[in-house]
Design a protein around this ligand. Structure first.
Ligand code: UDP
Length: 477
């Protein structure tokens, strides 16, 4: 039977669509190019969402998945940090991971590697028990990876908080970046989450290889710097295999189909798509200003709206579902009626990858999750950046200051981006003009470069083949 001749990879994604989606895309491309089989071992903290299930359903037979038994969070204090919840979901799933791996081994499928993401590093000890090499899948840019690998040095050489630094921070191979824009978990050096990140940074050095969802023409200096450090600092080998972006999904729900039907009726390159990823939320004030800014811009739009949350910017992360949630009562009075002929609002979740590839889309207002950025890029859609949490400010900085494919609205002193500013930036992106032309030209170049990286001779295809070669040379378990 096939299982005796093929090799097998186990993949452990941490909870969150931003981790699951690119790892699934990686697996799809990997089995297509390299005749492996894959099992996803998926930690959960409740019943998996409809969106999550639909990602795993309909995969080729060579990719199986198992939802690990849900972990319990009853002991966690209210308002505990997103990173803490994600990390704990994995840590509390380690015993079931061990059982699941044992069961794979008993089937003699030829397991040669365990792939995890940043939050799954603790699973390495379990992998070691099975004598299994561990690979890190990095669903964020090489810039963030470079920072994390540099964090122990940065920690030693800096005495203040990073946001207090007056000079921009130099990350190897990257455009110098203001300390306040570095990723969230390192903004308070006394916090537990900082200590955990520093600890993880050290763990990164122990993995057998790091697979990054980026490509050479997008981050040439960051990638070559990481590759040089392989030799000079004995860092793990880095494999840039991107852009792995979700392209197609079938079996849309009724509401999801409505989005695409509505887009079919709009002029080409005329609609601004607005989405804050799988869990991003805005405050009530900010939701109000965004609605009125959209209205004032007089542009067409498709907005994935969530009920506001005044406490956290990632409030919906653990609750994502494609079901209708509630009404749009929290939007400004009369907003829906006044924008009916040029705007569509949908609850909580939309088929983003398909929307971004639709010919009516002309711009994307994004929270700057890396998957959202890559999905925009592979479709040549310029962006407005609206970073909320995690490493999103770094991504936003890269898009606006370094590769220049996006505009950024300025917040007022109270931290809220006001309607006039929102309308100004939306018009600059969506109406013709020099600014828009420059952004479009640049993003088209990156779209081309990304597509070239994935051709048969492309750099990313070669990097993927390098991973396959190393795994093929492993002894099969
Ligand atoms: N996504 C989607 N519909 C939505 C929101 C998100 O399909 O309404 C998908 C999106 O296409 C992307 C992923 O969920 O593939 C979100 O990942 P990203 O890294 O952008 O952000 P995160 O959710 O991790 O904050």
């Amino acid at each position: 039977p096939q299982t005796q001749t093929r090799q097998h990879v186990a993949i452990l994604p941490s909870p969150g669509m931003g981790h699951v989606i690119p790892m699934v895309e990686f697996a799809k491309r990997f089995v297509r190019n390299h005749n492996f089989t894959v099992t996803f071992l998926v930690p959960t903290s409740g019943s998996p969402s409809t969106a999550m299930r639909s990602v795993f359903n309909g995969l080729p037979d060579s990719i199986e998945h198992v939802f690990l038994p849900p972990v319990n969070f009853d002991d966690l204090p209210e308002g505990s940090k997103l990173e803490t919840r994600i990390a704990l979901t994995v840590v509390r799933s380690l015993a079931s991971l061990r059982d699941a791996l044992a069961s794979l081994f008993s089937r003699r499928v030829g397991v040669v590697a365990l792939v995890v993401d940043h939050f799954g590093l603790d699973a390495f000890d379990v992998a070691r028990e099975f004598n299994l090499p561990s690979y890190l899948f990095y669903p964020s840019p090489a810039m963030v990876l470079s920072l994390i690998l540099h964090l122990p040095e940065l920690d030693e050489s800096t005495s203040s908080e990073y946001w207090e630094l007056t000079d921009p921070v130099k990350i190897p191979g990257c455009f110098p970046i203001p300390g306040k824009d570095l990723l969230d978990p390192i903004q308070d050096r006394k916090s537990d989450v900082y200590k955990l990140t520093l600890h993880k940074a050290k763990q990164y050095r122990l993995v057998d290889g790091i697979i990054v969802n980026t490509f050479n023409d997008l981050e040439p200096r960051a990638i070559s710097s990481l590759q040089e450090r392989e030799a000079t600092e004995k860092l793990p080998r880095v494999y840039p295999v991107g852009p792995l972006a979700k392209i197609q999904r079938t079996n849309l729900t009724e509401e999801e189909s409505q989005c695409l039907i509505w887009l079919d009726g709009q002029p080409r390159v005329s609609v601004l798509f607005i989405s804050f990823g799988s869990g991003g939320t805005l405050s009530s004030d900010q939701t109000n200003e965004l609605a009125l800014g959209l209205e004032n811009s007089e542009q067409r739009f498709l907005w994935v709206v969530r009920p506001p949350n005044d406490r956290a910017a990632s409030a919906a992360y653990f609750k994502v579902n494609s079901q209708n949630e509630s009404s749009f009562d929290f939007l400004p009075d009369g907003f829906l009626g006044r924008t009916r002929d040029r705007g569509l609002v949908v609850h909580s979740w939309a088929p983003q990858a398909q929307i971004l590839s639709h010919s009516s889309i002309g711009g994307f207002l994004t929270h700057c999750g890396w998957n959202s950025i890559l999905e925009s890029m592979v479709n040549g859609v310029p962006m407005i950046v609206w970073p909320l949490f995690a490493e999103q400010r770094m991504n936003a900085f890269m898009l606006t200051e370094d590769i220049k494919v996006a505009l950024r609205p300025k917040a007022s002193e109270n931290g809220v981006v006001e309607r006039e500013e929102i309308a100004r930036v939306i018009k600059a992106l969506m109406e013709g003009g020099e600014d828009r032309e420059k952004l479009r030209k640049r993003i088209e170049e990156l779209k081309e470069a990304g597509s070239t990286a994935l051709t048969e001779d492309g750099n990313s295809t070669k990097a993927l083949a390098d991973v396959a070669d190393v795994w093929k040379s492993q002894i099969r378990n």
